[in-house]
Each structure stands twice: as structure tokens, then as C-alpha cells.
Ligand binder design. Structure first.
Ligand SMILES: [Mg+2]
Length: 226
């Protein structure tokens, strides 16, 4: 009876809404070595498709999914599985990884964690994630511009160490790459969300730190419950 007694470590932790479940790809950098660098539109579409699959087909459906790189932040305003943490952080990443694996034609894994927020912290969480997307954007372009110059990965990494975002930006600008002109989805991420029962994709997101961005988040959160 090891399955029922003693041997099973079950924390019984439950979370209260609202919360984010963040799923993050494991070792995707290596797995996607044939993808376009620094950004691959097909892979971004794969992430969006996985979020939609979770929302529209299998559940539990979040109100919104914010996506950048190999990471998905899913906002729940209700408590699927009675808020049981172990269910949430195992089922949700596994649905995403299953769908992503089917798209890529190879098996991938994502980890999962829960982030508890107050209702008025949702936009702030998204702003932090979007800031990370922007830092990631600058660093990725910086890194792959070095690789294109013929550097190996280690030297490329080394050459960026200690450089500020502004310095990398400047370095790229001198090479004729203006990051401000990159597609919005690369700089600001993509959002998939529910509104009036339908699912929408936003590939031209505003900054979540602006009134426009906060207004968008507010309208999604306050949408009449399905
Ligand atoms: Mg990641």
C-alpha cells in the first residue's frame, strides 16, 4: 500500500485565485538549434497554438496567456482542481508540452510553478515578464550578431558579459540593427486571451507599463465571466 500510505509525498497545498502558472521550456535552446535565430516565427506560433489548445480544447482554461521565448504565463481567475498546486503545476505544463511536442515532431518538457498575485498586481506581473522579454530580446540579438561574426558561443557570451542593455543596443545599432524596428512580438511578447467567450491573439501588444497596456489587461480581467 505504498501508493496510499506514507510513501507518497503529497503537500496538499492549495492556491487561491488569482494566480499565474508559469511554464518554462527545458533545454529548448539546444532542441531548437535548427530554428531561425534569434527569433523563429514558427516556434512563436507553436507556443501560441499550445496556449490556445489549453484554452479551447483541454483546459483548465486560463483567462489569458502571456508568451515570450519558451515561456508561458497563464492567468487563472478561478481555481481549477480546487486550487490543488500539485495538479496545477503538473497537468498544465504537461498539456502545453504535449501540444508543443506534436508541433515540433519531437518530445519536449516544460516545468511549472505558481505565482500568487493580488488582483491589482496582474498588470505589474505582466510588466515584469514583458521587461524580461525585452532584456531577452536585446541579449539574443547581441549574442547572435556575435555568432554571425564567426565567434563561438562561449566567446560570444563572454563578449557580452558586463555590458549594459544600452551598450548592446548601441553595438547593434552601429551594425545597422535597430531593435526598435523589430516586430512587436519579438520585443513585447504575444498574448492569447478570452473575451466574451472567444479566444483572441494579440501580436502587437502595448507596453503593460502604459495606460493602454493596463487598460487592455483590465478589460480582459473584468470581462463578464463565461
Ligand atoms: Mg525560458
Amino acid at each position: 500500500m505504498i501508493r496510499q500510505q506514507g510513501g507518497e509525498i503529497y503537500s496538499g497545498l492549495r492556491v487561491r485565485a488569482p494566480f499565474f502558472i508559469r511554464a518554462d521550456g527545458r533545454g529548448f535552446g539546444k532542441l531548437l538549434k535548427d530554428a531561425d535565430k534569434p527569433y523563429d516565427l514558427d516556434f512563436a506560433r507553436t507556443m501560441v497554438k499550445a496556449a490556445r489548445y489549453l484554452m479551447e480544447e483541454v483546459g483548465p482554461s486560463p483567462r489569458l496567456a502571456y508568451l515570450f521565448s519558451d515561456e508561458a504565463s497563464l492567468l487563472y481567475l478561478d481555481e481549477p482542481f480546487g486550487g490543488r498546486l500539485e495538479k496545477l503545476i503538473s497537468v498544465i505544463p504537461s498539456v502545453l508540452s504535449g501540444r508543443i511536442s506534436l508541433s515540433l515532431g519531437r518530445a519536449v518538457g516544460l516545468d511549472g510553478r505558481a505565482i500568487l498575485v493580488c488582483p491589482d498586481q496582474v498588470a505589474a506581473y505582466l510588466k515584469e515578464a514583458q521587461d524580461e522579454a525585452w532584456r531577452n530580446h536585446i541579449f539574443s540579438y547581441g549574442f547572435y550578431s556575435r555568432i554571425k561574426e564567426g565567434m563561438d558561443r562561449r566567446s560570444a557570451m563572454e563578449s557580452l558579459r558586463g555590458k549594459s542593455e544600452g551598450q548592446i543596443h548601441e553595438m547593434l545599432f552601429c551594425q545597422g540593427i535597430n531593435l526598435a524596428h523589430c516586430p512587436a512580438w519579438q520585443r513585447r511578447g504575444v498574448m492569447v486571451y478570452r473575451s466574451s467567450g472567444d479566444v483572441f491573439e494579440e501580436w502587437e501588444l502595448p507596453l503593460f507599463g502604459t495606460a493602454e497596456g493596463q487598460g487592455l489587461v483590465k478589460s480582459i480581467i473584468e470581462d463578464f465571466p463565461r
